[in-house]
Design a protein around this ligand. Structure first.
Ligand code: PHE
Length: 339
């Protein structure tokens, strides 16, 4: 028995010398000490020995089992140590290296200007509204006092989808849609895309407008001027002045073109303002009573003002851009300047 156990211990120790991972070690453990292992078999066989031999044989096998267990434990310790060493080596990182850069987008200058304008008007109590870009002829023109075949339709080079459906050429139809569903007082601003068959350095077939409408009792041109002054001072600079020039729109009466003092030359006259000291920024006026009546608003009791302006134009003035198309080219070198 003694030789046999010594041989097993030796054999196991030889195996362990060659073993270099924990899986192998486990296999060796099972081979000797597992349920059907070689040492376990010897222990089971003790029963068959004559009783006087049993104590000695039992001690011999148990000693061998303990030796093997010790060898296994030692090896396990060794392997674990070196495996965690390998792991540390493999997963080593230099925490002082600079991090990986992820590119971050930013808002388009047009979106930024829309947001700025909205925030000025919401401070003045105006609500944000939107409307469809594909519009009916009725909302885009007829309800705004521009009947079919009226010469004023020439002011806007409209894309007709069919006789009654158009790509909206201005944001004014949103006014009408809101007058139809709400009662005065009404105060709304509505930005959005509009479309006109026009394409050069200062015109694009798709551009953005923002329109404002205010209807209440006793609304006058004075209210319009006060509100637009506030808008111009916030969007351009605190010392910006505005002026009204008489104009014509079928949906407002009287109508005005609104100029702001040139923020580049402070009114002295420069290339941007073509030497006049003033830059035209929007159209506006007192809502034509015919338009109010058409949307079932009592024009004897209520009056209102409306204005509409091109956002690209505001962006060009504000940022000194001389070609509108650059706003739609999506050239990152241009866009990054407005981060
Ligand atoms: N809707 C007009 C346009 O696009 C602008 C405007 C709006 C003028 C409201 C007056 C009042 O030309």
């Amino acid at each position: 028995m003694k030789e046999k156990t010594e041989m097993l211990v030796k054999e196991c120790s030889d195996y362990l010398n060659q073993c270099n991972d924990l899986n192998d070690l486990n296999r060796i453990k099972i081979k000797y000490l597992g349920k059907n292992g070689l040492i376990t078999a010897l222990l089971k066989n003790l029963r068959d020995l004559p009783s006087e031999q049993r104590p000695f044989a039992g001690k011999t096998v148990n000693d061998a089992r303990e030796k093997i267990q010790t060898l296994l434990d030692e090896k396990e310790g060794e392997l674990k140590k070196s495996e965690s060493g390998i792991l540390l080596e493999k997963e080593w990182i230099d925490v002082t290296l600079p991090g990986k850069n992820t590119t971050r987008g930013s808002l388009h200058p047009i979106t930024k200007i829309i947001d700025e304008i909205i925030s000025v008007f919401s401070g003045l109590g105006f609500e944000y509204k939107e409307g469809p870009e594909i519009e009916t002829d009725y909302y885009c023109f007829q309800a705004l006092n521009i009947p079919k075949d009226h010469p004023a339709r020439d002011m806007q080079d409209t894309f007709y989808i069919n006789e009654n459906i158009v790509l909206r050429s201005h944001t004014s139809p949103v006014q009408v849609r809101n007058m139809e569903i709400s009662k005065p007082p009404i105060r709304i601003v509505n930005p959005g895309r509009v479309y006109r068959a026009d394409d050069d350095a200062t015109h694009s077939p798709m551009f953005h407008q923002i329109e404002g409408l205010c209807i209440d009792e006793h609304i006058s041109l004075g209210d319009l001027k006060g509100v637009l002054e506030e808008f111009a001072k916030n969007i351009f600079s605190k010392d910006t002045k505005i002026r009204f020039r008489p104009s014509y729109f079928p949906f407002t009466e009287p109508s005005v073109e609104v100029d702001v003092s040139c923020s580049i030359c402070k009114g002295k006259g420069c290339k941007i303002c073509k030497g006049t000291g003033w830059i035209e920024i929007l159209g506006a006026g007192i809502v034509n009573p015919a338009v109010l009546e058409q949307s079932n608003i009592d024009s004897k009791k209520y009056s209102g003002f409306a204005f509409g302006c091109g956002i690209e134009r505001i962006a060009m003035i504000k940022y000194g851009i001389d070609d509108m198309r650059i706003l739609f080219d999506n050239d990152l070198r241009f866009l990054r300047q407005y981060k």
